[in-house]
Design a protein around this ligand. Structure first.
Ligand code: KG4
Ligand code: ZN
Length: 341
């Protein structure tokens, strides 16, 4: 089955063609980062308008790259939530209109399920069951995964998501949006252990996270540098290093706990923050001690993309799931409510 995937939940327009037997045939992405950067974060109305401009040209691009025509498409998968409603509606309307015109089925995909299944696009994909750490701009969750749609939420952030903490902390340090890659780059020049930051909620049992206090501690440390006339580029790099180390340590501790609690040794990391090299290395180290394995997607498929939506949608379509003709999207949508296939 040849599936067209469309992702428009936030600030990237992602389109891909995935074939159930041949695999990924083409994928294309337009990132709106430059559009939103001047505002220091995503402006929802600008995001929607830009998706309108990009979606159809990107569909034409993937079809031409795969040397196919729209009549070859057998089904369409689109992100139906969670995300920005206006942005989601662009992809959903486009997908539903095309599905109607071509008389083919469509399916609305959960954005985080897309992220969760992205490592399945790589060689040596993880087998079920596994623990998944979902770390994006909007979500930080630990989930036990027994199959597609068989999700048990083990823990989540009670305030900021990990990616959000990277973005907000970067802004406080005067770095550009999105903050994750900027902090990661700066942290490479940083000296370890100069600043001591907390590892929130690791001193008590449980699998929930909290990142907003860490952001405040980082700001306080930076303000002290400014007061001491020591707000140099090196100080900023050292603080970026300390912040990243605190986030990584916290995530590693909670992943270890979740694996132990569930009696599992396979860990999947997905979402934008799973592109972080320091996080990958620290988790690999921990999993090697447990004789386990950590799985992740190539960096391009950690952040938002159309390939993960085409893949997740294809699995659900093959199981017989499809939408009616209504165009419905959800700003909030709990992944545990998805049907098992
Ligand atoms: O999954 P994603 O593309 O979008 C959402 O669904 O939210 O994740 C975007 C988030 C942003 O907060 C960004 O700063 C973060 O992922 N991110 C990173 C890295 N690359 C992207 N955070 C840390 N290190 C990175 N290398
Ligand atoms: Zn995402």
């Amino acid at each position: 089955m040849l599936v067209l995937g469309i992702e428009t939940s936030c600030d990237e327009t992602g389109v891909a063609l995935y074939h159930s037997e041949k695999g990924l045939l083409a994928d294309a992405l337009f990132s709106q980062i430059d559009l939103h950067r001047v505002y220091g974060g995503v402006v929802p109305e600008l995001a929607s308008r830009d998706h309108v401009k990009r979606t159809i040209p990107l569909i034409k691009q993937v079809l031409s790259e795969a040397k196919l025509t729209r009549n070859d498409i057998e089904a369409i998968a689109y992100t139906a939530g969670p995300g920005l409603v206006g942005a989601l509606l662009v992809g959903a309307s486009c997908a539903q209109a095309m599905a109607h015109a071509l008389n083919i089925p469509s399916v609305g995909v959960h954005h985080m399920e897309g992220h969760l299944l992205a490592p399945m696009l790589e060689d040596n994909p993880p087998a079920f069951p596994f623990v998944a750490l979902l770390v994006s701009g909007g979500h930080t969750q630990l989930v036990r995964v027994d199959g597609i749609g068989r999700y048990k939420l083990l823990g989540e952030s009670i305030d900021d998501a990990a990616g959000e903490a990277f973005d907000k902390t970067a802004k406080l340090l005067g770095l550009r949006y999105p903050g994750g890659p900027e902090i990661a780059k700066l942290a490479e020049q940083g000296v370890a252990k100069r600043f001591k930051l907390p590892r929130p909620m690791t001193d008590r049992p449980g699998l929930d996270f909290s990142f907003s206090g860490l952001k405040t501690s980082t700001l306080t440390a930076w303000q002290k540098c400014i007061e001491a006339n020591n707000a140099s580029e090196q100080s900023k790099a050292d603080l970026a290093h300390a912040f990243q180390a605190a986030v990584v340590d916290t995530l590693v501790i909670k992943c270890g706990r979740a694996l132990q609690q569930e009696g599992l040794t396979r860990l999947v990391i997905a979402g934008g923050v799973s592109a972080n090299q320091a996080l990958r290395m620290a988790l690999e180290k921990m999993l090697s001690h447990l004789n386990g394995q950590v799985f992740y997607a190539r960096p391009r498929f950690c952040t938002d993309n159309g390939a993960m939506i085409a893949y997740a949608g294809c699995q659900r379509l093959l199981a017989g799931q499809k939408e009616g003709q209504a165009i419905g999207v959800k700003a909030r949508w709990a992944m545990e409510t998805l049907p098992a296939i």
